[in-house]
Design a binder for this molecule. Structure first.
Ligand code: DX5
Ligand code: ZN
Length: 223
């Protein structure tokens, strides 16, 4: 099995030492940088906006994977693309006209992503399977880092993998929330192509090594 792409979540970085943390990621096996934008409405937390994204962009050498946990994200797609986003993921639950928003994201030159909260079944994507490039399965209730993965996400990822295969979609599957060395291999086995990890990377004594271990946890578990 292919090792997953690893997307460390910058939400758990040290904001007083952001440049240092981004440079650590540049020199690590991280594939993307996951950037969580929260508005205090869609989720009960506020993270950061454009100035911080621009500051991150200045130092990054890898794609910026922006996860918008905001209501009416269509208002800001062009601006996020301008600020350096390479991928923009919006929540299914936050978009009344999801196809239009996904088109907007692609038109802005970014990979289009859809995130699904735990209660949203994967079948909602069936009819629009050619309109997105990645799907982010929330494995926690979004809003905060440091939570525990909900086990129901495992069959959900499996179901999504099947759905994408039957619709002919080549979209990547991501998992976000509570990802650790103990569960990453299981989620990858179920079909996850990329793994978002905050606490298990930045809370580790050696974050670059934690990234390496997450990426190869399948092999480690089998050994
Ligand atoms: C939560 C965010 C996640 C979060 C993951 O709403 O979408 O990306 O940063 O953090 P951990 O890995 O600590 O669960
Ligand atoms: Zn996220």
């Amino acid at each position: 099995m292919q090792p997953p792409l690893i997307a460390p979540s910058v939400l758990s970085a040290d904001f007083a030492n952001l440049q240092r943390d981004i440079e650590m990621l540049n020199n690590s096996e991280a594939d993307w940088y996951h950037v969580d934008v929260m508005d205090g409405l869609f989720v009960p937390n506020i993270s950061f906006g454009f100035p911080v994204l621009e500051a991150i962009y200045k130092h990054t050498k890898k794609p910026l994977d922006v996860h918008l946990m905001i209501v009416q994200p269509e208002r800001y797609i062009a601006e996020f693309a301008r600020a350096g986003a390479n991928h923009i993921t919006v929540h299914y639950e936050a978009c009344t006209h999801l196809p239009r928003v996904l088109t907007q994201i692609r038109d802005a030159g970014c990979r289009a992503g859809v995130a699904l909260n735990m209660q949203t079944p994967v079948e909602v994507l069936t009819d629009i399977a050619d309109m997105f490039d990645q799907v982010l399965i929330m494995t926690i209730n979004p809003g905060f880092g440091g939570q525990k993965l909900m086990p129901l996400s495992i069959p959900k990822v499996r179901k999504l993998k099947h759905l994408l295969r039957t619709t002919g979609s080549s979209a990547l599957i991501g998992v976000d929330g509570g990802m650790t060395l103990d569960n990453t291999a299981t989620l990858v086995e179920a079909g996850a192509d990329y793994v978002v990890a905050g606490t298990s990377v930045f809370g580790a004594s050696n974050p670059a090594d934690a990234i390496h271990q997450l990426k190869h946890s399948k092999q480690i578990n089998l050994a």
